[in-house]
Design a protein around this ligand. Structure first.
Ligand SMILES: [Zn+2]
Length: 295
């Protein structure tokens, strides 16, 4: 997730970094998860770099290669490159971008040797509109890779956070890398500037639950057990159902906001970008658009 548009321009990137720092200082919530960089060794061949922008994963294969899921941005992207190239002595040959937001895709230019960058077509359009060029391979359904016996399934399971979301499933580890479709502890954030839609997310999360995983790497925050992801899917489903019910009863948006609280689902605001009230309003408006299309 990221509140500013992505871009290559160094000055704009600097402005964004300062802006992000200000946002973080002003609101506090989620700041530690966003800014604190935390390396983890999932196992001998899979390394996670949590925080410092979007979470990233590094899968080692062959003698000297690595696949990276999400590239962070700015200095965090350089830290990722340093870890892969210096600490692990690997070259990044394949990249998966879970979506086009700057904090996940901004570091792409730091990996010019990557031969393949897998991306959703809508994310590619947004990145190319920003002047970003790379050996993009569009994934609309599924791409399966076999890297020294390690299967990687890159999947378009639906949109929600943006209109160009991908996930990566590592079946051998029963691990799903989900980008910002899922954020640990935080209220979901659907970015309307990038085609995000809470109603779409309410359909996509159950799709994710059809996949065989036991743990999930979210876009921000700690690795989550499946039950926690199920709870998030349950929350968004309940949100949709209750807002839909409010609409059916003829309530106004403000009346629905006053009624739909769902206190059993305890989620924090993420920076200044997501809140319970904001998601109730977004769902109310999305269901209104759905109703207009149905006529
Ligand atoms: Zn994002």
């Amino acid at each position: 997730m990221f509140p500013f548009r992505s871009g290559q321009n160094k000055h704009r990137a600097g402005v964004r970094a300062v802006g992000l720092g200000l946002v973080a200082l002003l609101c506090g919530c989620g700041t530690a998860a966003f800014l604190h960089l935390s390396p983890r060794s999932f196992d001998a061949r899979l390394k996670l770099l949590l925080g410092g922008g979007g979470n990233a994963a590094v899968l080692l294969h062959g003698r000297s290669e690595a696949l990276v899921v999400d590239t962070k941005f700015g200095d965090f992207g350089r830290r990722l490159r340093h870890q892969v190239e210096q600490d692990l002595a690997r070259k990044v040959r394949r990249i998966v971008l879970t979506h086009a937001h700057f904090d996940h895709a901004g570091g792409l230019k730091l990996f010019p040797d990557a031969a393949v960058v897998m991306v959703h077509p809508n994310a590619r359009k947004r990145l190319e509109a920003e002047g970003i060029r790379a050996p993009f391979v569009e994934v609309e359904g599924e791409v399966r890779l076999l890297l020294d016996g390690d299967e990687v399934r890159v999947l378009a399971m639906g949109s929600g956070h943006t209109d160009g979301d991908l996930v990566a499933l590592l079946p051998g580890r029963k691990l799903l890398i989900a980008g910002d479709l899922v954020n640990e502890r935080f209220e979901p954030y659907c970015d309307p500037k990038y085609g995000g839609d809470i109603l779409a997310l309410s359909n996509t999360l159950p799709n994710l639950m059809t996949l065989d995983f036991e743990q999930l790497v979210p876009g921000h925050g700690e690795v989550m057990p499946r039950a926690q992801v199920q709870s998030l899917a349950d929350y968004v489903a309940a949100l949709q159902a209750q807002v839909r019910q409010g609409r059916a009863e003829g309530l106004t948006e403000n009346q629905v906001v006053a009624k739909v609280k769902l206190p059993e689902y305890r989620l924090e605001r993420f920076l200044a970008m997501s809140s319970r009230e904001g998601n109730v309003r977004a769902m109310f408006q999305a269901l209104g658009r759905e109703g207009m299309r149905a006529r």
